[in-house]
Ligand binder design. Structure first.
Ligand code: ATP
Ligand code: ATP
Ligand code: MG
Ligand code: MG
Lengths: 260, 260
């Protein structure tokens, strides 16, 4: 999640999920963004009829399994729809509006080893549902000066939701997206992020063990091209730097999560 | 303006304004984004006391001139503040909430030849104020498949505001930001945009004469670095491709606007 737009949330959700699936791990993408970009990214036709995450959130009796569709081997998706925009206000009228997704996903039992939730660029009801349901928060961002400005606010929101609804929530860390390895400025921004996380080790907070996740995901035009074919980077350009980086990030996170 | 985040609104507002100022034209930047990125970009200290666009919007008796500060030669800024986030809801309680900026800027008379307004990534009261006050709309975006998805909705919003509050509003066109000239995919997305604008010539709409503006602004890390020094690209790296592109875009727009 990241309330800032265009930082790599969708690209990371889809390609990291695909990396986990390639490692043989049963993975589900939940597209919680009314823009439906994760759904488009794996070839879902947003205009075709079918149940979506909107039905699952708004209607207690709607089982997520009826809405889930296959994407690639070991990877399924619970797709979005433009109707989801209405959910931001409709959720407010329901009981325990922040816990709708949590309950729905709990009903899936252990069908999936990993569930990755793509959030919209906002801190509204949809994102709060994601933070209430999740175990971990991954924050995609660019290592740019202006991008640093939003991180503190984001972490404060995570803390508030954690305290109110999900005490076990923790921030795994930041995924550096569209990364330019050649720039000194980029290195300075990364250093600033790493030093912030270092200083957070001392006190209790959801980001106590957060860090800059590795590897960074280099800018690679193939990552911007594959959504237009409804494919993950591994289907579209498996030799590309974008595939290499997301595969390595997936392997690094699996190593950490399997050890927990 | 563009309701999508991270597309180049701030980078374009500041560096295009700076290009106009370099051509000797008296220019004002209005920072309408609570994030305050345009203000940061030209070295304004958001924490220092002083009047801001928030005071001007909320308080009828507050003259914009009291809030305006110099940035570089021929370029001033009406800065933002984090308080502006409250304006989204406070504006709703005021009479003619959409026209507050229009009235405030009208009081400046002909003090400035050009006023460029940096909008937040949303279609709320602040952006509607900008669309009500403006003559022209410039849409920064990346030539990526996923970026195309938001354009239709954006233009519909422009049409609604134009019909309700500002019949003379017109869309100048799209500025291609962070442009990758080497990719066939990018060329296809640009072709799709150009063909959309071609087909719009036949009917009346605010985008009847809109087009893809030239030149595109190439990806250039210098453009991401200069905000951290509170400088425009012309101060920070006047020989860089980013400076070259924004200077050429400024010249092209001046040619069009001077002919009107
Ligand atoms: N490493 C990369 N290299 C090149 N292009 C990238 C990379 N990561 C993302 N992109 C492209 O940048 C754009 C923004 O990325 P993405 O859509 O993943 O961001 P987002 O945070 O999900 O945006 P939103 O806030 O709109 O949901 C997309 O067009 C995407 O294809
Ligand atoms: N041509 C470019 N080359 C390299 N970096 C760029 C370029 N244009 C913009 N950037 C960088 O990309 C990021 C997003 O740009 P910018 O802040 O201008 O977008 P925005 O639309 O104003 O975002 P927001 O929606 O948050 O207001 C910034 O870190 C900026 O410095
Ligand atoms: Mg997205
Ligand atoms: Mg901005």
């Amino acid at each position: 999640m990241n309330q800032k737009g265009g930082v790599g949330k969708t690209t990371t959700t889809v390609n990291l999920a695909a990396a986990l699936a390639r490692a043989g791990r049963r993975t589900l993408i939940v597209d919680l963004d009314p823009q439906g970009h994760s759904s488009l990214h794996v070839g879902v036709d947003l205009n075709a009829p079918g149940r979506t995450v909107y039905d699952v959130l708004i209607d207690d009796s709607e089982p997520p399994s009826a809405a889930i569709r296959p994407a690639v081997e070991h990877l399924d998706i619970l797709p979005s729809t433009v109707d989801l925009a209405a959910a931001e206000s409709e959720l407010a009228t329901l009981p325990e509006p922040h816990r709708r997704l949590d309950r729905a996903l709990a009903s899936l039992g252990d069908r999936y080893e990993f569930i990755l939730i793509d959030c919209p660029p906002s801190l509204g009801h949809l994102t709060v549902n994601a933070l209430t349901a999740a175990r971990e928060v991954i924050i995609p961002m660019q290592a740019h000066f202006l991008a640093l400005q939003g991180v503190v606010k984001l972490l404060e929101t995570v803390r508030q939701v954690s305290q109110a609804y999900n005490p076990r929530l923790r921030v795994s860390g930041v995924v550096l997206c569209m990364h330019d390895t050649s720039s000194a400025h980029t290195r300075e921004v990364v250093a600033e992020l790493e030093s912030f996380f270092e200083q957070s080790r001392q006190a209790e907070s959801p980001w106590k063990f957060a860090r800059v996740l590795r590897p960074a995901i280099r800018r690679n035009i193939k990552l911007a091209e594959c959504p237009s074919f409804g494919q993950t980077i591994f289907q579209y350009a498996p030799q590309a730097p974008g595939a290499e980086d997301y595969a390595a990030l997936g392997a690094a996170l699996l190593k950490e999560w399997d050890a927990m």
